[in-house]
Design a protein around this ligand. Structure first.
Ligand code: ATP
Ligand code: MG
Length: 393
C-alpha cells in the first residue's frame, strides 16, 4: 500500500455556475482533487482525460441527458469503474430509475441535508478505495498506460514496429491520445522513420524544468504528426548530444507524458541500457520484438529470464515475432519453446515494401493497406491496447 494514497479526485458537472462553484469549493476545502465543468460534453472530455474517482453530475444538462452521460461513462473502459452520483435540483427532472439501471450509483436531490449525505459517501468511498484497490489507485494516478518496445538484438524492427503500431492505434482508436517517446541512446530512429522535422526532442525536454513539462506545454510543443497521427518526442540526433543528456530526467519526462496523454509508447531499442530497467518495471505492457534467427531467439530468452528475475510477470510480456530478415530460422513453436513465452503475433517479411514505405516516411497501413502485414499490425495494435489496460486493473 502506498504510504500516501492520493486524495480522492472528483469531477463536478453542473450547468448552474453557482451550484458548480459551491460544490467545487466544498470538495476542495476537504482536500479532494476537484474539477468542474458546466456542460455534459466538457465534463465527458475531462472525465476521459483525468479519470476521476467520482463524477457528481446534475442530470439536467444543456447538451446531453444524464442518461446519455451515464451510458457514455459506463461504456468507456477508462471511466467504467467511476463512482457516479446524480445530484438533481428536483425529483422529476429525470426518471431516476433509468439512471440507476444505466449504472449510476446514487441519486440525490439538492438540499442542505444532501450535502452531509454526499460528504459521508465520499469519505466512505475514499476509505474503501484505499483498502480495496491501493495498487489500482496508485496506477491510475500515474495517468496514461505505458507500453514499452524492446528487443534483445538490434535490427529486429523494434522502431518500425513501434511507429507503425502507434499509427495503427490512432486509426483504430481515434479517441485515444497517443504519444511515442524515442528513448534509444545514443541515436534515435523514429524521427527519421516518420520524417520528423521539428526542433523539440529528448534533449530539449530534459533541459526543461519539471514544472514546465505540463500537459498544456506538451500538447502545444508536440502536435499530432500529420501522416502518423501520434505525438512524437523524437530521440537524439547525434551521439555527442546524447552524452550531454541528463538521463536522470527521463523518469520525470515519462511521467509528464503519461499525465498529458492516454497512451504512451516508448521505444527502448535494444534492451537493458543504463536507463531502461526502471521504465520496463513500471510499464503496463512490454512488447518484445524478436526475429526468427536462432541468435535473436536465444538472446530473447536471456532477456526474458533477466526481466523475470527483476519481478516482471509473463502477463506483462507481449512477444512479437517480426520476420524482418525473411523466412529462414527457427519455427514459431521452436522459438516459443526456447524463449519460454507464447508468441502473440507474427509480422510477415515485407521485403522492399517496408524500406519503400520507410523512405517515403509512410506508415505501412497507408502504403499497403490491404497487405497481410498491414492488417496484422492493425490487429496487434488492438491487442496491445487491450492487454495494457487489462494489466492495470
Ligand atoms: N517485417 C519486415 N519486413 C521487411 N523489412 C523489415 C521488417 N521489419 C523491419 N524491417 C526493416 O528492418 C530494418 C531495421 O528496422 P528498425 O530500424 O525498425 O529496427 P530496430 O530493431 O529498431 O533497429 P535498431 O537496432 O537499429 O534500433 C529497417 O530497414 C526496416 O525497414
Ligand atoms: Mg531502433
Amino acid at each position: 500500500m502506498p504510504e500516501n494514497p492520493p486524495p480522492l479526485s472528483i469531477l463536478v458537472i453542473d450547468p448552474d455556475p453557482r451550484s458548480c462553484q459551491f460544490l467545487g469549493n466544498l470538495f476542495k476545502n476537504k482536500g479532494y482533487i476537484t474539477e468542474t465543468a458546466l456542460s455534459g460534453k466538457e465534463g465527458y472530455i475531462l472525465a476521459l482525460r483525468d479519470r476521476p474517482d467520482v463524477v457528481i453530475f446534475d442530470p439536467a444538462l444543456p447538451d446531453m441527458t444524464g442518461l446519455e452521460l451515464t451510458r457514455k461513462l459506463r461504456g468507456d473502459r477508462r471511466t467504467a469503474g467511476v463512482l457516479l452520483i446524480a445530484l438533481s435540483a428536483s425529483t422529476d427532472s429525470e426518471p431516476f430509475g433509468a439512471l440507476l439501471a444505466a449504472g449510476c450509483n446514487e441519486y440525490l436531490v439538492k438540499s442542505p441535508e444532501t450535502v452531509d449525505r454526499l460528504m459521508t459517501l465520499l469519505q466512505e468511498t475514499d476509505k474503501l478505495m484505499n483498502e480495496t484497490q491501493p495498487t489500482r489507485r496508485a496506477k491510475m494516478s500515474q495517468g496514461g498506460v505505458l507500453v514499452v518496445f524492446l528487443s534483445a538484438k538490434g535490427g529486429t524492427g523494434t522502431s518500425s514496429m513501434c511507429a507503425n503500431i502507434a499509427h495503427a492505434l490512432g486509426e483504430t482508436h481515434p479517441e485515444r491520445e497517443l504519444a511515442v517517446l524515442d528513448l534509444v541512446l545514443p541515436l534515435g530512429s523514429i524521427g527519421p522513420i516518420v520524417g520528423y522535422q521539428g526542433e523539440f526532442n529528448l534533449l530539449e525536454a530534459a533541459r526543461k524544468a519539471p514544472e514546465e513539462l505540463n500537459p498544456d506545454f506538451l500538447r502545444r510543443i508536440a502536435p499530432p504528426l500529420a501522416t502518423w497521427g501520434f505525438r512524437l518526442l523524437a530521440g537524439m540526433s547525434d551521439p555527442e548530444a546524447s552524452n550531454a543528456l541528463d538521463a536522470g530526467r527521463i523518469p520525470g519526462i515519462i511521467q509528464a507524458y503519461r499525465r498529458a496523454f492516454d497512451v504512451v509508447f516508448v521505444d527502448l531499442g535494444r534492451a537493458l541500457s543504463r536507463i531502461s530497467l526502471p521504465i520496463i518495471q513500471q510499464a503496463d505492457l512490454i512488447v518484445m520484438v524478436t526475429a526468427s534467427d536462432l541468435a535473436t531467439v536465444t538472446l530473447t530468452q536471456t532477456v526474458w529470464h533477466y526481466l523475470q528475475s527483476k519481478g516482471i510477470s509473463a502477463n506483462h510480456m507481449y512477444v512479437l515475432l517480426n520476420r524482418a530478415v525473411g523466412l529462414e530460422g527457427v519455427s514459431k513453436s521452436d522459438a516459443e519453446q526456447i524463449i519460454g513465452l507464447p508468441i502473440q503475433a507474427t509480422i510477415p517479411y515485407m521485403g522492399a515494401n517496408f524500406s519503400l514505405a520507410n523512405n517515403q516516411h509512410l506508415p505501412i497501413l497507408r502504403k499497403i493497406p490491404t497487405d497481410t502485414a498491414a492488417l496484422m499490425i492493425a490487429q496487434v495494435s488492438r491487442q496491445i491496447l487491450e492487454t495494457a489496460y487489462q494489466n492495470r486493473t
